[in-house]
Design a binder for this molecule. Structure first.
Ligand code: SF4
Length: 441
């Protein structure tokens, strides 16, 4: 066909994974990737709907697609992902220039639509299949995603994901091991296991094949060629001791755990329906410190949840100070339509949210900078990702603790090097590389 496509991806790593699948599928249909939308016959968006702001940002991009389609009416505009799923009943009325829309579980339907002579707009929104069954086109050859489950059974009061991605469905473990072996054979050194609630993996599997998340980690760790394992996104309620101990026992499983806190106040956690309180959360942190003392811990925190008092917020600051996170994603609460939290009273005024966010970020960065000093003077293994973003004469990579490192040295993307760390900030480490490990052999 020789037609050209362009995909814009918004949101989480699951969407990044899904877009790699979309690109792989289109290339297998003979499409080629265009470097920009105006060079494409097929303009695609893989959308996020986690916050109102994400919606608004995306709709602005859609405006450009509308203009490009009016210039060449035979162009095809397609919208996939969580936003498409969340507006499935009104997408074509609101955006009549959109030709095809599909939910996260329906990426394969895009191929069906493109192969059909359908003249009318088509929408596909049933949770039918894992995008993982599609061919993939990875952004980096040596890093790969492994989707282990789809959907979420939790009911966090601010979150739209259960309604856009459905109930939790775990993939068959034998299939996952076969896929990870294929990734390793294809040059992947670092694999990231993906799921909305990744560490509740396996509960819904049939008895005869049922294994838990730590069991799955063990099977992936046993695969030759997989040097690093990461996973996202876990839920504290499912961060069991066997998973934490796996970080101490499995050679490939990296010393980094992302443990979303959201709030340090048990009262706010209750209204968020997070199903753990501050004490239970801190028990998880103590277990991590016990089994993996040098483990990096990062988190997600929402500021300004309805009803959050100054005292509640102080408790969030206390937990941040006590844990000493290596990093944190911090968000100002924004009411999401069709969520319980949007209907809650006592919405916090915006200026107060902003003021609290500033104090939170200041503390997170101060503690993260203190924590990062533990790497100074150490030789740390780094997986090279490419040229530094801040200095093209230097290289960039990531440690097993998921710290970004800018360094001087010679190495190729995908190689492991030992870097002597000389400087550490809250965000990045800096140093000089010893010879690439692969060149020492
Ligand atoms: S665990 Fe909560 S926040 Fe995470 S996807 Fe599920 S419902 Fe949303």
């Amino acid at each position: 066909m020789g037609k050209r496509y362009h995909v814009t991806t918004f949101g989480c790593q699951m969407n990044v994974h899904d877009s790699e699948r979309m690109r792989g599928m289109l290339e297998s249909l003979g499409y080629e990737e265009a470097s920009s939308r105006d060079g494409a016959d097929l303009i695609l968006f893989n959308t996020c709907s986690i916050r109102e702001s994400a919606d608004n940002r995306f709709v602005a991009h859609l405006g450009e697609a509308k203009r490009l389609k009016s210039e060449h009416p035979d162009r095809v505009v397609g919208v996939g992902g969580c936003w498409a799923q969340s507006v499935k009943d009104e997408v074509f009325q609101r955006f009549p220039f959109v030709d095809v829309a599909f939910g996260p579980g329906q990426i394969h339907k895009l191929a069906e639509f493109l192969n059909s002579d359908s003249l009318s707009a088509q929408g596909y929104f049933e949770f039918e299949d894992f995008s993982a069954s599609l061919p993939t086109l990875r952004v980096r050859e040596f890093q790969g995603w492994l989707q282990v489950s789809q959907g979420c059974n939790c009911k966090c009061s601010y979150c739209i994901v259960p309604s856009t991605r459905g109930r939790e469905v775990s993939r068959d473990p034998a299939q996952l091991v076969a896929e990870a072996e294929a990734l390793a054979a294809d040059g992947v050194r670092e694999v990231t296991l993906l799921g909305q609630n990744v560490n509740s993996y396996g509960r819904d599997l049939p008895k005869e094949t049922r294994i838990g998340f730590s069991g799955l980690l063990g099977r992936i760790d046993a695969i030759d060629g997989i040097d690093r394992i990461r996973y996202t996104s876990p839920h504290p309620k499912d961060m069991k001791e066997d998973v934490i101990r796996a970080h101490a026992e499995l050679p490939a499983l990296c010393e980094h755990i992302h443990l979303p806190l959201q709030s340090g106040s048990s009262a706010v956690l209750k209204r968020m329906r997070r199903t753990y309180d501050r004490q239970r959360y801190m028990d998880r942190v103590s277990l991590i410190r016990e089994h993996v003392p040098d483990c990096a811990i990062t988190t997600d925190i929402i500021v300004g949840f309805p009803g959050e008092t100054e005292a509640d917020f102080e408790q969030t600051l206390e937990v941040v100070d006590e844990v000493g996170y290596d990093g944190a994603f911090t968000f100002v609460f924004s009411p999401r339509r069709e969520t319980e939290a949007a209907e809650l009273g006592e919405q916090v005024p915006h200026p107060i949210k902003v003021e609290r966010m500033e104090r939170l970020v200041e503390l997170v960065q101060a503690r993260a900078a203190e924590q990062a000093q533990r790497f100074v003077g150490r030789e740390i293994e780094v997986l090279v990702e490419g040229t530094s973003r801040t200095d093209e004469t230097r290289l960039r990579g990531r440690t097993r603790h998921n710290k970004a490192v800018n360094f001087d040295g010679e190495a190729e993307p995908g190689e492991f090097v030992n870097v002597e760390i000389s400087v550490a900030t809250s965000q990045t480490l800096s140093g000089v590389a010893a010879k690439p490990l692969s060149r020492l052999l």
